[in-house]
Design a protein around this ligand. Structure first.
Ligand code: ADP
Ligand code: MG
Length: 870
């Protein structure tokens, strides 16, 4: 395309485009960003822009589309959301003064993980850029993984060693849900990881070359960011891979952003053992932050617990839910803080009131640092500072160690408040384009320029008075017209008194008009005042931004403390509104719940009341609860509610129960039916077994495991056998607390053979063929599966129900193994598969009334049966 004959501007375009073949190039031309060729085709399709053409010196016009520069953010945001990257090419000099072709250059590449504009970010979520460096080593895999949110400055990193590195990395990704992931080429070998990313996330994957991970490159990146002794200040593990991962992340930021790394001042090294382990499947099953269907917030634990007032609190709450703790000391500090706020009704209300005026200073600080904050936003920072003393005071007043610590960490930032309120007007403009942001009295020159600008009234009338006095002409006037600008007008009768320094400009019938050098100077000042004022306001504003930026660490510390206070107050508020209690959290082995409820379902049930249920689980006699009961009885709800209560306790929240004791669990595992992954090409059964295998491999004695109807995906006897073997394995080899719902009544006999197994069922009331769900968990196995009754409830036609009962009776009669009270053994299985009793015999037996039989009739009946058997 780039032939000899193209126009100079297009030649420049091709030069720049060559360096960014994979990004959509936004090419600044005057008031527009223009896109050409393939970029134009893509952008016009994705953004529904009109496709036009641009003369480019060649016969065919270049396909082109454009967006106005002042609203480009929304277009970039939409392209980013669709998985594109956008390179922004600016004019590097003023086209009005440039000689020849305007210089242009790429100032930034916008990618999903590097966005800082509030218009492109969700306020209640962090936006993480992730970097993974993984390599096969002896005995498995080794990896460094890190996450950075450049809109808030947070950064986290950890080391991993694992045979099954794919799964381990998936678990890390689930904690932070990054929007963009940098990987080294070896990571491509981890197929389970790459499949997971493709199928279950919207993250953009960026393959980085091996050269980005070279020792020298990595070291130079890290010392550029953190100084020469980065190794000391960052505290990375020796011989780990985090430096490579983090170095590559920094390299990517330097490469793509003008700004982006200044905000990252420290990296937090976290250890896997610091948090409860939750697999991707478990997070999804428990619907922690998004629902399984629809991936919405409504209907999740986050939705129930979110009573926060600030965006910072919302993000912090989400991360607490994603990362439950395992150290009962830290958990109890949170719980004590929630309790104090729970009890302090007035104080909590006042704290929340103060918080409700707190702006997202965490992200705002980023924009202040990068100079893109608006006057209105900076004013909002000032308004926030004004509320901080109240936040501090209320937090300290409630009386709990953590609250005191956080109150201590809140810096009232009074110097910033003072500076902002002195510098900015009460209601500053949304942008600085037209000035008007700087307050009167802040800067003498601004005041003077404004005075001059507003007609320069004071200055002009002063000059007029001076001239009248000097010349003795009483009616001398200063006027303005478009042709000469400012002039002095003297009526005809006084023309004689005009001094020589006046230059005549115009003659009127009534008098003469003059100018003087002094007046011209004033005129220049007035006419130039606007420009000068704008420049000065810009300068003062950016000085203000610099001053605030210098306090970055103080603001950040305050923001983090405020966010935590917001979450703790939110927990307290949710506890009051939803009637939760403080759990006892310790290092015991129990999960003891009195009248527990499902936190989400109880909120979703509008008309009916949620029926509370008790739970007794431990690592001894009550380690395995086998729960039976008909479909729709509430088995799944009950099991999940126990998991959610344990999880809530470990994030420091009160729980939906009358009383509750939680011995810290190190992990929750769930296997819940019906999440088929058919789209992924795997059969339901295969998925199910893979998940069960994961659980058996990773659960420890201190884990909580939930198995919901495993074995469904295969034939009855296969399924039953697997289920039984799994129960035995967990009880004997792992010993963790397990809830196991099953429709295999045969498994209910296991309590006699296996230590730790207890039977429970969810009670239903049966009257004739009708059943009512009582939603009560009771000890002992269910006596029936009630499948047909449930089908009737669901509205299956009577004829079908009748027939089903008949078929069932026959089956039960011919296959004694299907009876709930019978032991599962291979004779039973045999009998089921090879029924030897004809149904006619059974029917006859059913029909006969033994009590009214005479001995002779009995004999005849026996004969009849014998005949039927032949
Ligand atoms: P199962 O797993 O036994 O088939 P579910 O747990 O899916 O049954 O429960 C079916 C429905 O019953 C739930 O969607 C919920 O609306 C209701 N439910 C379950 N448990 C309770 C309860 N304790 N109180 C009130 N309603 C409940
Ligand atoms: Mg269920």
């Amino acid at each position: 395309m780039a032939g000899q004959s193209v126009s100079p501007m297009m030649q420049q375009y091709f030069e720049i485009k060559k360096q960014h073949p994979n990004e959509i190039l936004f090419y600044r031309v005057g008031d527009f960003y223009e896109m050409f060729y393939d970029d134009a085709l893509t952008a016009s399709r994705e953004l529904e822009l009109t496709l036009t053409g641009k003369a480019c010196g060649q016969e065919e016009r270049a396909p082109m589309c454009g967006v106005p520069f002042h609203s480009y953010e929304i277009y970039v945001a939409r392209l980013i959301a669709k998985g594109y990257k956008v390179a922004i090419c600016e004019q590097m000099e003023d086209p009005a003064t440039a000689k020849g072709l305007v210089k242009r250059d790429i100032i930034r590449v916008v990618t999903p993980g590097t966005v800082i504009e509030s218009s492109m970010l969700a306020e209640d979520k962090n936006n993480y850029l992730c970097s993974i460096y993984a390599k096969k080593v002896r005995g498995g895999w080794k990896a460094g993984i890190c996450f950075a949110d450049i809109s808030t400055g947070e950064a986290y990193a950890t080391e991993l060693h694992n045979e099954k590195m794919g799964g381990a990395l998936i678990t890390e990704l689930c904690r932070y849900m990054p929007s963009e992931i940098l990987i080294n080429p070896a990571v491509l070998d981890l197929k389970d990881l790459t499949n997971y990313i493709k199928q279950h996330t919207n993250a953009l994957v960026e393959l980085r070359e091996d050269s980005c991970y070279k020792q020298a490159v990595v070291e130079s990146m890290l010392s550029r960011q953190f100084g020469e002794d980065w190794n000391k200040s960052c505290g990375f593990a020796p011989d780990g891979f985090v430096p490579q991962a983090f170095g590559a992340l920094l390299g990517y930021l330097y490469e793509t952003q003008k700004h982006g790394t200044e905000r990252i001042k420290a990296v937090q090294n976290y250890a896997d053992a610091q948090y409860m382990r939750l697999s991707a499947v478990t997070r999804a099953n428990l619907e922690l932050t998004e629902t399984m269907r629809g991936r919405e917030k409504k209907g999740t634990l986050l939705w129930v617990l979110d009573k926060t007032e600030t965006s910072m609190g919302k993000r912090m709450l989400r991360s607490w839910i994603e990362q439950p703790l395992v150290d009962n000391k830290v958990i109890n500090e949170r719980l004590d803080a929630v309790e104090a706020l729970y009890n302090a009704n007035v104080g909590r209300a006042e704290l929340k009131e103060a918080l409700s005026h707190v702006f997202d200073i965490e992200r705002l600080t980023t924009r202040i640092l990068y100079g893109s904050a608006t006057p209105r936003e900076v004013k909002a920072l000032g308004d926030t500072c004004q509320r901080l003393p109240q936040v501090k005071e209320q937090a300290a007043a409630a009386g709990a160690k953590l609250l005191n610590d956080l109150a201590e960490a809140v810096d009232p930032l009074s110097d910033i408040l003072d500076k902002v309120s002195r510098a900015l007007v009460d209601d500053p403009p949304a942008n600085l384009k037209d000035g008007g942001a700087i307050r009167e009295g802040y800067n003498a020159e601004v005041d003077e320029l404004r005075d001059i600008m507003h007609g320069g009234k004071g200055v002009l009338s002063q000059l007029e008075a001076d001239l009248r006095q000097q010349t003795g002409i009483p009616k001398l006037k200063i006027g303005f017209n478009k042709v000469f600008g400012y002039y002095i007008e003297v009526s005809r009768s006084y023309v004689g008194s005009v001094p020589e320094t006046f230059t005549r400009k115009q003659t009127l019938t009534t008098g003469e008009r003059y100018i003087t050098p002094e007046l011209k100077e004033l005129e220049n000042k007035i006419l130039g005042a606007n420009e000068r004022l704008l420049a000065l306001e810009h300068q003062l504003f950016s000085e203000l931004l610099n001053d605030i930026s210098a306090q970055l660490l103080r603001i950040q510390r305050t923001a983090t403390a405020v966010a935590q206070l917001d979450v703790l107050a939110s927990f307290a508020e949710a506890a009051v509104q939803n009637n939760y209690v403080k759990p006892t959290v310790d290092d015991s082995d129990v999960l003891d719940i009195a009248e527990g409820r499902h936190p989400v379902i109880e909120q979703m049930l509008k008309s009916s009341l949620f029926v509370p249920n008790d739970t007794t689980l431990d690592e001894g006699e009550n380690r395995m609860l086998i729960i039976t009961g008909p479909n729709m009885a509430g088995k799944s709800t009950y099991m999940r509610q126990n998991a959610l209560i344990a999880l809530m306790a470990q994030i420091g929240s009160f729980v939906p129960a009358a009383k509750c004791r939680v011995g810290v669990v190190d992990a929750i595992f769930t296997r819940v039916g019906a999440s088929d992954d058919l789209a992924a090409g795997q059969s339901t059964f295969m998925v199910e077994m893979t998940e069960v295998a994961e659980i058996l491999r990773n659960a420890t004695k201190s884990s909580l495991v939930i198995l919901d109807e495993i074995g469904r995906g295969t034939s009855t006897f296969d399924g039953m056998s697997i289920a039984r073997a799994v129960v035995e394995y967990i009880c004997d080899n792992i010993g963790c607390k397990t809830l196991f719902a099953t429709h295999y009544h045969e498994l209910t006999s296991m309590d006699k053979d296996v230590f730790g197994v207890k039977n429970y069922n969810i009670a239903v009331k049966k009257r004739g063929e009708d059943i009512t769900f009582l939603r009560r968990i009771v000890s002992g196995p269910a006596d029936d599966s009630y499948g047909i009754e449930v089908a009737k409830l669901a509205g299956l036609p009577d004829a079908v129900i009748k027939r089903a009962h008949k078929v069932l009776r026959q089956l039960e009669a011919t296959a004694p193994g299907a009876n709930a009270s019978m032991q599962l053994d291979f004779e039973t299985v045999e009998a089921y598969n090879n029924p030897t009793v004809p149904s006619e015999v059974v029917d006859k037996l059913h029909q006969i009334d033994v009590e009214t039989l005479t001995p002779l009739e009995a004999l005849n009946f026996l004969y009849e049966l014998k005949q039927a058997l032949k």
